[in-house]
Ligand binder design. Structure first.
Ligand SMILES: CCCCCCCCCCCC(=O)SCCNC(=O)CCNC(=O)[C@H](O)C(C)(C)COP(=O)(O)OP(=O)(O)OC[C@H]1O[C@@H](n2cnc3c(N)ncnc32)[C@H](O)[C@@H]1OP(=O)(O)O
Length: 209
């Protein structure tokens, strides 16, 4: 996979920067997992104000620690640490890729407390995030040029639970010139369909951002 993420001919990239996998140190994964747990707690803790005051003090200290290391896009390990859930990016769902080839991409994981919408179900907005990231990987795994999502359609078939192991899998449906049409399905481990989606990814023209 890492080979496929690195250099490609310029005409296949539009104006997209070269994207290389990172080799993050062993503590980066621990840091990201601790931050994910912090996100879960930030949206669920019902603590007294003096506890939130202490938490704010510590969060502000952490910001001071990391601020000097803020780097340009593509430099930090977040988003490029392909061995970590969600490639080490807090924005991405903490899922692990288990299949990545021209036939399609499959990823597995759970929605956490941070992703709660209402009444125990995942927020409707996080499902398109999961699908969109998968669609980007499908385009890449299929050897298609760098493309951007022109549209993304998600059908919510059943409420998506938190903390339940789920699987998302998709593949290229068909290609028309610059256009790659993709389909994917989100299921639980027994195969029950929770959501399905389809998207149009359009190949970037030279210089297109
Ligand atoms: C492992 C990690 C790897 C990671 C590898 C990294 C992968 C990155 C993946 C990023 C995925 C994203 O989320 S990207 C972020 C979200 N998406 C965006 O921000 C895209 C914003 N939109 C755009 O930049 C533009 O609209 C484009 C590039 C999508 C298309 O603009 P264009 O280049 O001017 O092309 P245009 O002529 O309009 O359209 C080309 C053809 O597509 C059709 N088309 C265009 N838009 C639509 C539409 N919404 N619905 C139907 N059809 C459409 C047109 O009719 C035309 O068909 P015909 O007449 O030719 O038949």
């Amino acid at each position: 996979m890492s080979e496929q993420l690195s250099d490609e001919a310029d005409e296949h990239r539009g104006g997209f920067p070269v994207w290389t996998a990172s080799t993050a140190g062993p503590d980066f994964g621990r840091f990201v997992e601790a931050m994910r747990t912090l996100q879960d707690l930030a949206v669920s803790a019902d603590a007294p104000d003096d506890v939130f005051a202490l938490a704010a003090d510590q969060a502000e200290k952490l910001n001071e620690l990391l601020a000097p290391y803020k780097a340009a896009e593509g430099k930090a390990p977040a988003g490029r640490a392909i061995e970590l859930p969600g490639r080490g990016s807090l924005l991405m769902l903490p899922w692990r890729i288990e299949k990545f080839d021209a036939e399609g991409v499959r990823s597995r994981g759970v929605f956490r407390r941070y992703h709660l919408g209402g009444n125990g179900a995942a927020h409707g907005g996080v499902l398109p995030l999961l699908f969109d990231d998968l669609f980007g990987m499908i385009v890449h795994a299929a050897g298609r040029p760098i493309s951007r999502t022109a549209y993304l359609h998600v059908n919510y078939r059943k409420v998506t639970p938190l903390e339940v192991p789920l699987v998302i899998e998709g593949a290229v449906d068909h290609v028309e010139g610059r256009k790659t049409f993709i389909k994917a399905r989100l299921t639980d481990e027994s195969g029950t369909l929770l959501a399905d989606g389809d998207a149009l990814m359009v190949q970037l023209l030279p210089g297109q951002p």
